[in-house]
Design a protein around this ligand. Structure first.
Ligand SMILES: [Zn+2]
Length: 85
């Protein structure tokens, strides 16, 4: 009877040790990267034509009906302009 008790304890200890080991071996969560090589506070603007987010200083800007719109490319700017007419 004693041997059975020891065996049960051994199994419990084995599972506990394995759980602790797995927890210890878990790699810490990596901080999310917000775009390669960009500062975290980079000013992003949304292209109203295709919905893509672009850096404000790299965006193609057009003044449409008095307001400045930012686009990801000349193609999107032209498309939006053509639609607006
Ligand atoms: Zn676009």
């Amino acid at each position: 009877m004693r041997a059975l008790l020891i065996a049960v304890y051994a199994v419990i200890a084995w599972y506990a040790a394995r759980a602790v080991l797995r927890w210890l071996l878990q790699s810490p969560p990596k901080p999310e990267r917000r775009g390669a090589g960009l500062p975290p506070d980079a000013d992003m603007v949304r292209d109203p034509e295709c919905g893509v987010y672009v850096l404000k200083d790299r965006a193609v800007t057009r003044i449409v009906r008095g307001s400045v719109l930012c686009f990801c490319s000349e193609a999107c700017a032209d498309k939006n302009e053509a639609r607006g007419r």
